[in-house]
Design a protein around this ligand. Structure first.
Ligand code: NDP
Length: 253
């Protein structure tokens, strides 16, 4: 119960990787605000643990994030563990990618992390303890063809983490990014369905194709990512700062 009495916030905490991290933190004693756009889905997720609290919040909307986090902090206390996990992955070949699509990806995957960290850190005092995590991707470390805006946004997340780790060096805050390979979540489900449709192949073959994108040729389970997040939030990881940690079955870079 290392995190008993602490308030954690996990964006995109109603599904996939975010939900696995939220449950891990709740199991470790934290009160966990889980956010997303779909309130019904958040409530279903929150019903799985008594310390999960659903809150509708769109990470692309500055007011929604600022007010949502401030209100959550009034209820459960300062957000000392913040997991900026919300993200979208909608591939588009570069020449066919519209500016709107590019901006939409950036707004969710990069602006969203910026706004979430700013909102969470505004609830903390100068010397408070805190753990700021962002879920980047292997696409934050190397190029991913057919997903230029996604790749750029996830590289940006690592830049944000590295910059913040320098700006707050010596404080009680650490900033780290987790870079998973392909994880078995709704994003992979949706992309496997898209590939199956475009390539006219069974969905199982499309999933196998994505799994081969991981160095060990299998999809990751969400608990492999949540275990790393929990470690980064632990006392043991207090000197791990400004890192981009790969979970991809092998070396990415
Ligand atoms: P999910 O689709 O399950 O999770 C995405 C979450 O983000 C959803 O809960 C969604 O909730 C939320 N979200 C999306 N847009 C917004 C928004 N504008 N405002 C608030 N919440 C939003 O997939 P994953 O769990 O896989 O994805 C989680 C993170 O992990 C993402 O950042 C993704 O890029 C990253 N990642 C995933 C990998 C994978 O293979 N699965 C690999 C590497 C990284 P709602 O729809 O209710 O808003």
């Amino acid at each position: 119960m290392e995190h008993r009495g602490r308030h954690a916030l996990v964006t995109g905490g109603g599904t996939g990787i975010g939900l696995a991290i939220a449950l891990g933190l709740a199991e470790a004693g934290a009160d966990v605000t889980i956010t997303g756009r779909n309130q019904a889905r958040l409530e279903t997720a929150a019903a799985t643990h008594p310390r999960l609290y659903p809150r509708q919040m769109d990470v692309t909307d500055e007011v929604s994030v600022r007010d949502g986090i401030a209100e959550a902090a009034r209820t459960h206390g300062p957000v000392c563990i913040c997991v900026a996990n919300a993200g979208i992955a909608e591939p588009a070949p570069f020449q066919k990618e519209s500016l709107d699509h590019w901006r939409g990806t950036m707004a969710t995957n990069l602006d969203g992390v910026f706004l979430t960290f700013q909102g969470a850190m505004a609830t903390l005092g100068r010397d408070d303890w805190g753990r700021m995590l962002a879920i980047s991707s292997i696409a934050g470390l190397r190029g991913l063809k057919g997903a230029i805006s996604y790749t750029a946004s996830k590289h940006g997340v690592i830049g944000l983490i590295r910059g913040l780790s320098e700006e707050y060096l010596g404080s009680n805050l650490t900033f780290n990014a987790i870079c998973p390979g392909y994880v078995d979540t709704p994003i992979v489900e949706r992309n496997a369905a898209l590939i199956a449709q475009h390539q006219d192949m069974p969905v199982a073959d499309a999933r196998a194709y994505l799994a081969r994108g991981n160095r060990h040729k299998r999809l990751l389970d969400t608990d492999e990512v949540s275990a790393t997040a929990l470690w980064l939030c632990s006392r043991a990881a207090r000197s791990v700062n400004g890192q981009a940690i790969q979970i991809a079955g092998g070396q990415v870079t």
